[in-house]
Design a protein around this ligand. Structure first.
Ligand code: PLP
Length: 234
């Protein structure tokens, strides 16, 4: 069900306000993470001025991309795939999205490159880094990062833009900054070598910390759209 548009616009404006105040140097941009929300809600936020949207599920995301391309091409929305990506879903993602932030291994990068249609611009990609080094998390390790980046850099249908991370939730602001600072150091270390311009980190619970640690793209879902209801899908 679409939500009350006034309440949604108010939440969006509030996030934009807080984001803008923290983004004093104007180095960062805001990605609206819209997974599980209906296209009507995305339209409300798009009409309020938001241009870039992040989606986590291949089928749901591609349906939304297609709907907006067919019904609101004038909005020129930019679509980021930010969820875990399995091999059997790479084709539909390569055919619909502008960015993939969750590239974490060579096989996925190779498939995205091979499947990106010639009629589209090269696909912008970020390598997801497992900055907390948890065995359960899906990003590339800090050790394998340069090898993976070197391989992606050679792929003609991909454009390597930088790094992405999803640090574990932590109690205090100071603790939250530890992995965020580590990401910024990693980003700076490889920035010139790989031509990085994008560091994607920061969600609803750590947006301000991420901006203060040098994020260039923050991914905000809950603070804009409200809590997610996973019971109906996925
Ligand atoms: C869902 C999601 C977000 C948004 O998280 P919120 O806490 O709702 O702001 C950001 N990044 C990724 C990768 C996500 O899956």
């Amino acid at each position: 069900m679409p939500q009350n548009t006034d309440a949604l616009i108010a939440r969006y404006r509030d996030v934009v306000e807080r984001f803008s105040q923290a983004n004093r140097l104007d180095c960062a941009s805001l990605l609206a993470v819209s997974k599980t929300f209906p296209k009507e809600d995305l339209l409300t936020v798009a009409l309020a001025g938001q241009r870039s949207f992040g989606e986590n599920y291949a089928q749901e995301g591609c349906d939304k991309v297609r709907w907006f391309k067919d019904n609101h091409p004038e909005l020129s929305l930019v679509w980021h795939f930010i969820g875990p990506l399995q091999s059997n879903k790479t084709r539909m993602v390569a055919e619909h999205f502008d960015w993939v932030q969750s590239v974490n291994r060579l096989k996925i990068a190779q498939r995205l490159n091979d499947q990106r249609p010639e009629s589209m611009k090269p696909l912008n990609v970020l390598v997801e880094v497992n900055i907390d080094d948890e065995t359960t998390k899906s990003g590339a390790s800090v050790e394998e990062l340069p090898i993976l980046c070197e391989a992606i850099q050679k792929m003609p249908r991909l454009k390597l833009r930088g790094l992405m991370a999803i640090p574990e939730p932590r109690e205090t602001s100071e603790e939250r900054m530890i992995p965020l600072r580590a990401m910024r150091l990693l980003f700076d270390r490889y920035r010139e070598r790989f031509g990085f311009d994008t560091l994607s980190m920061g969600m609803t619970h750590d947006m301000l910390e991420a901006l203060s640690c040098g994020a260039t793209l923050v991914r905000i879902g809950t603070a804009i759209f409200g809590g997610r209801d996973y019971s109906k899908k996925h």
